[in-house]
Ligand binder design. Sequence first.
Ligand code: CTP
Ligand code: CA
Length: 230
Amino acid sequence: GGASALAPDLAGRRVVISAGGTREPLDPVRYLGNRSSGMQGWALARVAAARGAEVVLVAANVDLAAPFGVRVVPVGTAEELREAMHAESRDADVVVMSAAVADFRPASVAGAKMKKDSAGEPDSVPLVRNADVLAELVTKRRPGQLVVGFAAETGDADADVLTHARAKLARKGCDLLVVNDVSAGQVFGKADNTVVVLAADGPAAEIGPGPKDLIAAGIWTTIAARTAPA
Ligand code: CTP
Ligand code: CA
C-alpha cells in the first residue's frame, strides 16, 4: 500500500543522487554539454529528504537552489562527477545516477580561446571516451546497496524505447533503471513527465504522467520497497 509523499519511510537511509548534465571543456570559453536541467534529480532529492533520508546531491551545472536539508556537491565535468560519486557513495544505501554524463570529452583542452583563422573550414574535434560511472558504481556496490540508473531513450529503426532500455539495464548491471521516453521533446525542461521503472529481477512499473515531484515520489516508493530498513 502506497506511502504518502511525506511518510518518513526513508528515515536513516543514506542516499546519493547525481543530477544535471556534465560539461566537457574545449577551451576556456566553450564546452560540449547537454540539455539536462537537473529538475528530475532535484525532485528526487527534495522528496527523499522530505521522507527522512540523508541526501547528498552531486550536481553538474544545475542552476537551482539547494533543496532544504540536502547537501549539494557541485561538479562540472564527467571526471569531477565520477570522483564525487565514488567518494560520496562509499557509505550510501542507495545511489541514483540521474545526471546526464557526457559519453565523450575533447581529447585535449586548449589553454587559450580557439580562433577561426582565415576563411577555411574548421578542424574536427578529436574526442575520447569518458568512464561509465554507473557501471563502475555497480562494480563497487557494497552489500545491500541499491544502484539506480536512468535512461533517456528514443525508439529508432532498430528497436522501441523499452527494448533499448532492457538491453541497457542488462549492460549496466544496476538494480533499477528509470526510463524516460524523450522522443519529440517530451521531457527536457518540462514540468510533467512519465517514466517506466525496470527491475533487474522483476516486472516494470509505470509512474505518471505527472509533475516531477510525483514521479520522484513513485520512484522512491519503488526503491523503499527494495532496501532493508536502516
Ligand atoms: N552514465 C554514467 N556514465 C557515463 C554515461 C552514462 O554513469 N559515462 C549513466 C547515466 O547517469 C545514466 C545511465 O548511465 O544513469 C544511462 O545513461 P545513458 O547515456 O542512457 O547510457 P549509455 O550507456 O551512455 O548509452 P547511450 O549510448 O544510449 O548513450
Ligand atoms: Ca550516454
